[in-house]
Every structure is written in C-alpha cells, then in structure tokens.
Design a protein around this ligand. Structure first.
Ligand SMILES: Nc1ncnc2c1ncn2[C@@H]1O[C@H](COP(=O)(O)OP(=O)(O)O)[C@@H](O)[C@H]1O
Ligand SMILES: [Mg+2]
Length: 262
C-alpha cells in the first residue's frame, strides 16, 4: 500500500531551482533512503512534503490529496517529521516528556472543562498517558533514563526521545533528516535497529535523508539519489550506489564512501 506519493515537486528560491520536478513514492513498511551531495535539495523536499515550503506538484498521503492542506492538517493526516530535539523541554523528565506528548489522545467524551475540573475523564486521560509513556519507555529501552531530565541526556538519547514523541501520533509516514548528525558513532549504530523497530511496530513508511552510507545501506529497502533538485537514480540501494551518475555526482568526491559501505 502506498502511503505517500509526491509528483512533480518543484520550487525555486530566487534564481536557485532547489527542486525541479521530483517524484517519490513510499509504501507502508518501507524504509526509503534519500542521498545526495550538500545542496541537492533533500531538506527542501521534506519542507515541501510537510507543507512548510510552498511548491508546485502534488502530494497524496494515504490516498488523500493534501496538496493544498496546511502543515498541521498534513501532520494530522499522518505525516510525521522529526525535529531533532528542538521541541523538547530540557527541564522535564523523560517520563513526563512522553506523558505530555501522549496527552492529546484523550478518551472520547473528555472535555476541556472536565480537564480543568480534574474530572474522571481527565483522570482517565492522565492514567492512559502514563500507561502509554511507560509503554514507550519499554519499546525504546529507555528504562535507565525514565526519571532523568532531558537536558542531562546525550544528543543521541534525546533524538530517541524525540522519535518516541513523534510515534505517539501513529504517523503513516515518518520523515527523518540526517538522524545520525551530531551524535556519537556508538549511538549511530544503535539507530539502525531502533528505526527498524519503529517501522515494524507502526507498519509506517520511513523516509531517511542520511549521509552515513553504511547506516542508510543497512536500513533502506529503496534509495533515491538527488542532484541539483532532480532524481538521478532510484531503486535497489546496491544498484543506486553503483549507478555511474551517482558515483560521479556524490560518491565520486569521496571514493572511500563506497568502500566504507562495503
Ligand atoms: N529558504 C531558502 N532560501 C534560499 N535558498 C534555499 C533555501 N532553502 C534551501 N535553499 C537552497 O536550495 C538548495 C537545496 O538546499 P537543501 O534542500 O538544504 O539541500 P540538502 O538538504 O540536500 O543539503 C541549495 O542551493 C540551498 O542553498
Ligand atoms: Mg539538508
């Protein structure tokens, strides 16, 4: 089942044609990698898909055309994007962070007034949020951090918490922009099994922009290679990284990149 289909995505910033008609599809359960040199348009593609950057083209999410939908409407329709801990409060504990993220999912019938008055529905909502938060602590093996402040954690662990918060919304598609950037090698190695777990648990599609080739090759079921706003290769990861155009445009700068990726 296709969860995301974007066609003809194009945008220019002044004279710079950042995207020049990009087509991309993502199926449920797929991990799609996006590679390309700096400035190829990878982050801009995410901005267009989420609705942050107005563009031409068409975006269909879970069979629904969201081309004219707002950022929030797309998020509600199941498009999740990681913010790489930018939205986490450093003075909150891990459990409270996950609990807060869980709270909008109140049982049917709870009202704002009920919440203010601390009525039964609100208490049920809190109990449910706590239950979900504890569940996430288990799923993400965060037991050792449950009562730690977010600000005390490493960047890599905060990224996992951010991901957990994102998953509470049960997105159909999750967009991750360089999840390995700025984190330690050991933490990068822990990302691969974690992202696979996310995919398995939610059955969602994952789209991963990543310059760490070993990481992207260990995860992706399909790759897109971008160059100056165009898809220059698409398909099985092994084929894409060996594609002459890709080698020239991206990996060619760094012959070691292919060797490192085995
Ligand atoms: N808000 C913006 N204003 C002007 N130019 C931009 C903006 N965002 C991106 N660009 C330009 O668009 C191109 C693609 O950038 P980007 O999507 O960030 O590339 P990538 O994520 O692949 O490194 C670059 O030339 C970049 O300078
Ligand atoms: Mg980028």
């Amino acid at each position: 089942m296709t969860v995301l289909e974007a066609t003809g995505i194009a945008v220019a910033f002044g004279g710079v044609k950042a995207l020049q008609g990009v087509d991309i599809t993502v199926d449920a359960g797929e991990i799609v990698g996006i590679i390309g040199a700096n400035g190829a348009g990878k982050t801009t593609l995410f901005d267009c898909l989420t609705g942050i950057t107005p563009c031409s083209g068409r975006v269909v999410l879970g069979g629904v055309d969201v081309t004219t939908a707002s950022v929030h409407a797309r998020a509600r329709a199941g498009l999740g994007r990681s913010f790489q801990d930018a939205r986490l409060f450093h003075s909150m504990t891990v459990l409270d962070t996950l609990r807060t993220a869980s709270e909008p999912h109140r049982p049917q019938g709870s009202s704002l007034l009920g919440t203010l008055l601390g009525g039964k529905a609100a208490r049920d909502g809190e109990a449910e949020a706590t239950r979900r938060a504890n569940e996430l602590v288990e799923v993400f093996s965060l037991g050792g951090y449950r009562d730690k402040l977010v600000g005390e954690l490493s960047t890599g662990t905060r990224r996992i918490i951010d991901l957990a918060c994102l998953l509470i919304q049960r997105p159909k598609v999750v967009l991750l922009d360089e999840p390995s950037s700025g984190i330690a090698q050991r933490e990068t190695e822990a990302l691969a099994p974690l992202l696979t777990r996310v995919r398995d648990e939610l059955g969602c599609g994952l789209v991963l922009i990543e310059h760490d080739m070993p990481l992207v090759l260990s995860l992706a079921t399909r790759l897109y290679a971008l160059e100056t706003g165009r898809v220059i290769a698409e398909g099985a990861p092994d084929d894409v990284v060996r594609d002459p155009a890709v080698v020239r445009s991206y990996l060619g700068d760094d012959p070691e990149a292919i060797n490192r990726s085995g």
